[in-house]
Design a protein around this ligand. Sequence first.
Ligand SMILES: NC(=O)C1=CN([C@@H]2O[C@H](COP(=O)(O)OP(=O)(O)OC[C@H]3O[C@@H](n4cnc5c(N)ncnc54)[C@H](O)[C@@H]3O)[C@@H](O)[C@H]2O)C=CC1
Ligand SMILES: C[N+](C)(C)CC(=O)CC(=O)[O-]
Length: 504
Amino acid sequence: MTHTEINRQTTAPHSPNRKAAIIGGGVIGGGWVARFLLNGWDVSVYDPDPDAERKIGLVLANARRSLPALYDVSLPPEGSLQFCSSLADTVAGATWIQESAPEQLAIKHRILGEIQQFAPDDAIIGSSTSGFKPSELQENATKPGQIVVAHPFNPVYLLPLIEIVASDKSDAAFVRNACDVLRDIGLKPLLIGKEIDAHIADRLLEAVWREGLWLVNDGIATTEEIDDAIRFGFGLRWAQMGLFETYRIAGGEAGMSHFIAQFGPALKWPWTKLMNVPDLTPELIAKIADQSDAQSGHLSIRELERLRDDNLVGMMRALKKSGSGAGGTINDHEQALRQSIASNGASATAQLPQTVSRPVPQSWTDYNGHMNEAHYLEAFAQASDTFMALIGADDAYIAAGKSFFTAESHLRHIAEAKAGQRISITSQVLSAAGKKMQLFHCMYGPDNDLIATCETLLIHVDLTTRRACPPEDAVAGKLAEFATSHASLPIPDGAGRHVGQKPA
Ligand SMILES: NC(=O)C1=CN([C@@H]2O[C@H](COP(=O)(O)OP(=O)(O)OC[C@H]3O[C@@H](n4cnc5c(N)ncnc54)[C@H](O)[C@@H]3O)[C@@H](O)[C@H]2O)C=CC1
Ligand SMILES: C[N+](C)(C)CC(=O)CC(=O)[O-]
């Protein structure tokens, strides 16, 4: 398989042993902890900083309020988190080990040497390095082929891109496996064909950063003006089409060749500082820091992180609609999660299947400081979708032209749900006959306290004619199995109620 084929691959098998070891739990290591943990992996961490546990706790809190909000399906139950006092204990039994220590080659060599002393031979050792080549990291390694660059983007729990860079000492099957594991936790591995200092993305970022520093240094613009120049214009374009596709459109109907004919010569005009780098003098550093304080100092770093995360979630959710860029990665992951929920739940018709288990995202709360009523329906709709997948009315069934439409729903609000609280929903079949499927969903809080219920009637439809029709035999059979076993359960309290009815 070529690296282009690996880059285009979308499905990912589940790794049977899901233990990740994170070495270095700062900004990036903390993000890796959250990414693995919230995707159901057990995670152990080693960081000599005595404050690391507190800092990772804050990153996790941010991740719990934002990552689940990207999806319309539940993430797996969180794995367990362990802080270890030795690197040897941390890496024991791990399948993925991620080095996220300071960006100094000597430190990384020392840590990678120690990791290889204690880690399983078949564990993948990824390095978060922003700039070092894999061949530099592999120098003097006992098993160089075990080490790959897995370069993430901050915040690792939200941004999907991971640059995977291998050297000629790397084994292709091993690299392919690394890409599969990353896809399995919702990431987009981009396999880079040739190793190069700073990989692809940081080469681009450094070029923009260099020009930004010149503009401040030369007194042309402030940090805020430069940020405005990005975020009101081309920054919006880049998230969905990148550089080349955007410029192809900018060439008009004649496309890219016309664009280059018109704007290519400008590269030789004095438009850029090219490779000259401004000296980071104490004066320039103070100027940038002062301007940055004036621009953003009214918010703490944690407040800025939450603002960034809420904006990223909103933008990525918008990209899900077209499947562009990061939106496509989320859709693929969502589909894999649905399949896994369906295959785990399809065998358990005797009990009530759990059709949602997720934290309440911040974006679901309102001016009353709790989950807004609109999102109860959203959560219950997710429960109906999961139940549909359980009976075989899954993405493939829908793509083949049959589905269910909701005809009627009755919601009851019994207790409050707050941001970050885990909610779960169980679903009971009240009746299933012909085209009709009547479900009763119960939403519970973290202590199993009933928060809300939803009784809903769904009608099976042919998506071509847009008319009701009986389900296909396999779906009807699975639904009947659930209906028969749920018929022996008590009718849930609140079933059949109408609005305004006094409690029994
Ligand atoms: N900050 C960023 O935007 C990005 C950074 N990276 C890369 O991630 C790596 C880590 O960077 P940050 O998280 O930003 O740095 P950081 O300074 O926030 O975290 C580094 C952590 O490593 C710990 N550490 C120091 N010595 C250690 C040792 N011997 N063993 C284990 N842990 C040790 C420190 O206590 C600290 O918590 C670097 O290689 C960097 O290039 C990659 C992508 C983005
Ligand atoms: C500044 N940086 C080179 C550490 C940035 C990165 O490596 C990626 C990112 O998240 O911007």
